[in-house]
Design a protein around this ligand. Structure first.
Ligand code: PEP
Ligand code: MN
Length: 339
């Protein structure tokens, strides 16, 4: 941590800051220039609140140098994390893994129709919400356990792994036997009690960025899961809220290379929620692969006009197949491949 003192800081104020830092367990290296004193505080304290220094008299600026997360940071595993599944699929390796399916599981007919088509096009993981975090309590809330059973059956039938969203602690036990990846939605990124419980299980977790979350907050949420012992965390950019109203959210493509630098965890892009508009999904999926995404999460529906949720951002199966062909051309340019 670097503490820059004001030009006018007195020797007494400088000593007070040094004493404060020493009390907190830092070793302090002082540099006194012609007008300004700068203190470099070296120490392993991760829980330190820099504001405690900013409010001391004579202090001008405080900069944290080390990240406030340890397990999620790149230096914990410089080679990168590869999440491996029993069927041999790897997320975080050279293959860009595409997860696709409807927003919500609506019926056997719907799920099996979509699953067959996304599998044929090269998707490796079937998505589908059984518990839905809807903005309105009057809209479809999901099929629950029956939806999970359908997901497992469809996944097994078409050779796909299965991902579904967990909304609360009480659902974890029920979901574990049916899904291969538990998704934490944007609205729950900072549900710290849920994250802690997900740290105790042995099942990969896909953690979505909250609609107004910084990337540091996303990594701190990953740290909650990892600090419990579950290191199989996959991150996901799904669009954030900005002043732009044309799209549902603004997909922050730059989050992909930033996370790849700051963290060793695999990074996913969700251009469906990231834009909210069907015709914007393919361009943003292509951009995501070009930017280095390890996986994509894409909503596909065979009859999106009748979808019970997110129809407007769901691709038709033929659009999805065309997109997969395009991604197969883009991936090798950035040293990746697509099934
Ligand atoms: C979803 O994947 O259907 C979903 C609800 O996503 P998010 O949490 O990103 O809104
Ligand atoms: Mn959705």
């Amino acid at each position: 941590m670097i503490v820059a003192m004001q030009d006018s800081a007195t020797e007494e104020q400088i000593q007070q800051v040094i004493e404060h830092l020493v009390r907190m367990g830092f070793s302090v290296h002082r540099t006194t220039g012609a007008v300004q004193t700068v203190l470099a505080a070296v120490g392993a304290r991760i829980d330190f609140d820099t504001r405690n220094l900013m409010v001391l008299s004579g202090v001008q600026e405080v900069h944290r140098i080390s990240a406030p997360y340890k397990l999620a940071g790149r230096s914990f595993r410089p080679q990168g994390t590869v999440v491996e599944f029993a069927n041999g699929l790897k997320i975080g390796g050279t293959e860009v893994v595409v997860m696709a399916g409807p927003c919500s599981v609506e019926s056997r007919e719907q799920l099996f129709t979509v699953a067959e088509q996304v599998a044929a096009a090269g998707a490796r993981v079937l998505r589908g919400g059984a518990f839905k975090p809807r903005s309105s309590p009057y809209t479809f809330q999901g099929m629950g356990l029956a939806g999970l059973k359908l997901l497992r059956e469809a996944g097994d039938r078409f050779g796909l792994l299965v991902i579904s969203e967990v909304m609360e602690i009480s659902q974890i036990e029920m979901m574990v036997p049916y899904v291969d990846i538990l998704q934490v939605g944007a609205r729950n990124m900072q549900n710290f009690n849920l994250l802690r419980e997900l740290g105790k299980i042995k099942k990969p977790v896909l953690l979505k960025r909250g609609i107004a979350a910084t990337l540091e907050e996303l990594l701190l949420s990953a740290e909650y899961i990892m600090s419990g012992g579950n290191y199989d965390v996959i991150l996901c950019e799904r669009g954030i809220r900005t002043f732009e109203t044309y799209t549902r959210n603004t997909l922050d493509i730059s989050a992909i290379p930033i996370i790849k630098k700051l963290s060793h965890l695999p990074m996913t892009s969700d251009p469906s929620h990231g834009t909210g508009l069907r015709d914007k999904v393919a361009p943003m999926a292509r951009a995501s692969v070009a930017a280095g995404a390890d996986a994509l999460l894409i909503e596909v529906h065979h009859d999106p006009d009748k979808a019970l949720s997110d129809g407007a951002q769901s691709l038709f199966p033929d659009q999805f197949a065309k997109l997969m062909d395009e991604l197969r051309l883009i991936a090798p340019v950035v040293g990746r491949e697509i099934a």
